[in-house]
Design a protein around this ligand. Structure first.
Ligand code: NAD
Length: 362
């Protein structure tokens, strides 16, 4: 694993197998320099199980950077459960996953991600207290995706200001790929601000619902990335910006909720060279983890969380201005800023493992 191309000095990677429930999972802790490694749990059917490890390694590094830039007292981690999980095993699988999280003694705090809902996290919560995204009773909590979507919309406003000359999204054409928790909530945010929506999902029921509700135009899942729009919003899975796809992108900017949108650094550089503004995913999609952290630490009212999410607008402006000033692509600027925060925390507490290769990027 130490030779794996996505290994980035991760502190700990745990492979979990529970014969009784059938659980197979990987929990990757990238860094705990800033606090417990926070990040969601994804349930996905990986045709090649090796891809589950790649996903866990890449997603957990992204969480370190996301949490650092969002100013949270959390490091970065992520869990992936290898699907499919039959309905009659779901409870046993999530309880066994809760036991695995508990064995980490608080070094990892879990929550929802793709394929995992609040009811699943409640099953996890029956076995461990190191879980968030549980309940909205008496304060913030529950499904993080509305907060994530709000942050993405704020980042889009920052990008609109820099690229289109005005913060308003009125009449701005946005293509949204993926209409799950984040994508559907983003469509609501954008529709309320007068944006024109083009949408796609592999789940046609979701497409119908969003088209009916927000008068969105339908596109094919295979081609939505190449729609002629102002802003492209990838809100499905990662790795969509590749050396093959970027030359066909016709949007002026890419601002979406999906994690790890850039397959690799070359794709980020290609976007930059084509003068397509890319707002780094972990910067713009931090709204959910801001809420999750507030619920976990019990630190914030809903107003406090929304105020923190609101800061995503300023941070996106900061990264875009810095990119303009230095001539470096925004994703490298954000990597550098995040790595600096983590490294400063690590140095304040000697003995912590070195955090990241990103220090060498800029
Ligand atoms: P979700 O499972 O609710 O929705 C994902 C949607 O994408 C589904 O409707 C699915 O059918 C669709 N999809 C999958 N492959 C597709 C394809 N090739 N083309 C079109 N649609 C496709 O997940 P979510 O919670 O909305 O998360 C979406 C993305 O945002 C993920 O990358 C996730 O890691 C990231 N993210 C989510 C949150 C959150 O708060 N939920 C926070 C930060 C980042």
């Amino acid at each position: 694993m130490f030779e794996h191309e996505s290994y980035d000095g991760h502190e700990q990677v745990v492979h979990v197998q529970d014969a009784a429930s059938g659980l197979k999972a990987i929990i990757a802790l990238h860094s705990t320099a800033l606090g417990p490694a926070g990040g969601g749990c994804r349930l996905w059917h990986y045709e090649d199980p090796g891809k589950a490890l790649t996903d866990a390694l890449r997603l957990s590094r992204g969480m370190s950077y996301k949490n650092a830039l969002a100013g949270l007292q959390m490091g970065g981690g992520k869990a992936v459960i290898l699907g499919p999980v039959p309905d009659d095993r779901r409870q046993a699988v999530f309880e066994a996953f809760g036991d695995a999280v508990n064995r980490l003694g608080g070094r990892y705090v879990t929550a929802e991600d793709v394929g995992v809902g609040v009811s699943d996290m409640k099953m996890v919560g029956a076995r461990t207290k190191f879980v968030s995204g549980l309940s909205e009773e008496g304060g913030v909590g529950g499904d993080p995706s509305p907060y994530t979507a709000r942050g993405v919309r704020l980042a889009m406003e920052a990008v609109a200001l820099h690229v289109l000359g005005a913060r308003s999204l009125e009449g701005v054409r946005v293509a949204v790929q993926g209409l799950g928790g984040v994508g559907a909530n983003l469509c609501r945010e954008l529709s309320e601000r007068g944006a024109k929506l083009i949408v796609a999902d592999i789940n046609q029921q979701r497409v119908e619902r969003i088209c009916d509700e927000f008068r969105a135009e339908r596109a094919e899942a295979e081609t939505i990335l190449f729609s002629e729009v102002d802003i492209l919003a990838p809100c499905a899975l990662g790795g969509v910006m590749t050396e093959a796809s970027v030359p066909k992108v016709r949007a002026r900017a890419v601002v979406g909720g999906a994690n790890n949108q850039l397959l690799n650094a070359a794709a980020g550089q290609m976007l930059f060279d084509r003068q397509i503004t890319y707002a780094p995913d972990y910067l713009v999609n931090a709204g959910g983890i801001i809420m999750v952290a507030a619920e976990y630490f019990g630190t914030h009212s809903q107003a406090g969380v929304l105020a923190d999410v609101e800061r995503i607008f300023d941070r996106t402006c900061q990264v875009l201005l810095s990119s303009r000033k230095t001539g470096a692509p925004p994703h490298l600027i954000a990597d550098h800023m995040a790595a600096k925060v983590i490294e400063t925390a690590r140095q304040a507490e000697p003995g912590r493992p070195a955090v990241s290769r990103a220090e060498n990027f800029v």
